[in-house]
Ligand binder design. Structure first.
Ligand code: FAD
Length: 393
């Protein structure tokens, strides 16, 4: 019997479905389906609607605005949201810094920042990676020096996703220059409008702008903007990255994509007028994706079951991240193979009439998804974590 097959969960699913149907606008649906990088206002709009219903951050504790749902309800909510093409919210606020503030932030920080994340009023970005500190994050060079009542930050971060949309950054900087790398890092909150911050866009292969380089030139942030304890930043970063990896598995959104591929296979025709599903290679690809998706989903549900017992995902986050990211890449590769010529047009050419509606967005996703095996810790690094922590090698 499916874990979800209970009268209560069936009723819950209907409630979520009805809410999505009643509240998602055609624009939000179209933007989510066709745009790789959503506009801030679209994400904020949807976040306001969710928050008004009390569903702004289902995974947060109830005391700070969560729903009190169990993990199965949360999975149903994510699955229904994916199938309804509801926008993803501000991942950095809702899934990364929000939980870190809930666990480690001061009472003032929780009161100041959490309600604005919930309400879609403030957006965040993550300042961890530097040009020479990605996989080897602990070697980062950005420093923070205490001067009176503020910290003075100098250095450079790169690959800042959504930096140009963000009001605030959570950022790792070195506060003790003599200690070991992992024991010298502190997490800061930095206002993106602070004097001394310069942002440069980085264009990615999909010809989109979602990432940025940022330079800190004597940027001041108040003394109170340290999250948790001084030099505890590495510990918090590891916990945050494990949550990020679970989130990056994106099982419900991948399920939605596979169902879309199935629809395309049954409706698109090749040059001989035969539907794609009649071709053996298409059936084989769809079958392999479906089987591997079922394995991913059951692993994701295993992690949920652990979380229901109050346990953190630990190294299982790495297995989910590897399998989920590889599957996302295979899904968009398959979409492009099915679309043929109609799939190779990037967004700026939509207007040229070269592209059938089915092809919109897949080329961008295909190019941008090169990153899913890299960010949140590359898959090679995840394999090392698994070798050490699960296989005891
Ligand atoms: C589009 C995009 C968005 C991003 N968003 C953010 C963000 O918002 N905030 C943020 O802080 N960071 C972000 N990142 C950075 C991301 O986390 C890093 O790119 C990632 O950790 C890899 O680091 P690196 O790019 O320096 O590559 P490197 O660490 O130089 O690695 C290069 C290659 O070598 C391999 N490698 C390195 N070390 C080892 C090892 N010990 N064993 C085996 N293989 C190894 C890696 O797997 C990789 O294939 C983003 C990156 C991209 C591309």
């Amino acid at each position: 019997m499916s874990l979800f097959d209970t009268p209560e969960l069936r009723e819950f699913r209907h409630e979520v479905r009805a809410f999505l149907k009643a509240n998602l606008t055609p624009r939000l649906i179209a933007q989510t389906r066709s745009q790789l990088h959503l506009e801030r206002e679209d994400m904020a709009h949807w976040q306001r609607i969710l928050n008004a219903r009390g569903w702004g951050a289902p995974h947060w504790p109830k005391a700070v605005g969560g729903t009190g749902w169990n993990e199965l309800q949360r999975y149903i909510f994510e699955e229904e949201s994916a199938f309804a093409d509801a926008p993803l919210g501000d991942v950095h606020g809702l899934f990364l810094v929000g939980p870190m503030l809930i666990a480690e932030g001061s009472a003032e920080q929780k009161a100041r920042y959490l309600p604005k994340i919930l309400a879609g009023e403030e957006f965040w970005c993550q300042g961890f990676s530097e040009p020479n500190a990605g996989s080897d994050l602990a070697s980062l060079k950005t420093t923070a020096r205490l001067d009176g009542d503020s910290w003075v930050i100098n250095g450079q971060k790169t690959w800042l996703s959504s930096g140009h949309h963000a009001d605030l950054m959570f950022c790792l900087a070195r506060t003790d220059l003599d200690a070991k790398p992992q024991a010298s890092l502190t997490q800061f909150i930095v206002d993106m409008k602070s004097p001394g911050i310069t942002l440069h866009p980085i264009m990615t292969m999909d010809e989109g702008h979602s990432v940025n380089a940022v330079f800190f030139d004597n940027v001041r942030t108040p003394r109170a903007n340290v999250i948790g304890g001084l030099e505890k930043g590495w510990t918090y970063a590891k916990e945050l990255l494990a949550r990020e990896r679970v989130n990056n598995a994106q099982a419900p959104r991948t399920k939605r994509d596979i169902v879309e591929l199935d629809r395309m296979a049954r409706t698109l025709k090749n040059a001989n007028g035969r539907t794609l599903i009649e071709q053996a290679w298409v059936r084989r690809k769809l079958a392999a994706l479906t089987v591997d998706f079922v394995a991913l989903e059951s692993a994701a549900l295993g992690v949920l079951a652990e979380q229901m017992q109050g346990r953190e995902p630990g190294p299982a986050a790495s297995t989910l991240k590897i399998r989920g990211s590889e599957l996302q890449q295979r899904v968009s590769e398959t979409a492009l193979a099915m679309l043929g010529q109609a799939g190779v047009v990037l967004g700026h050419d939509y207007g040229s009439g070269l592209l059938a509606a089915d092809g919109i967005g897949w080329a961008e996703r295909h190019f941008f998804r090169r990153v899913v095996t890299i960010y949140a810790g590359s898959n090679e690094i995840q394999k090392t974590i698994i070798a050490k922590s699960i296989l005891d090698m």
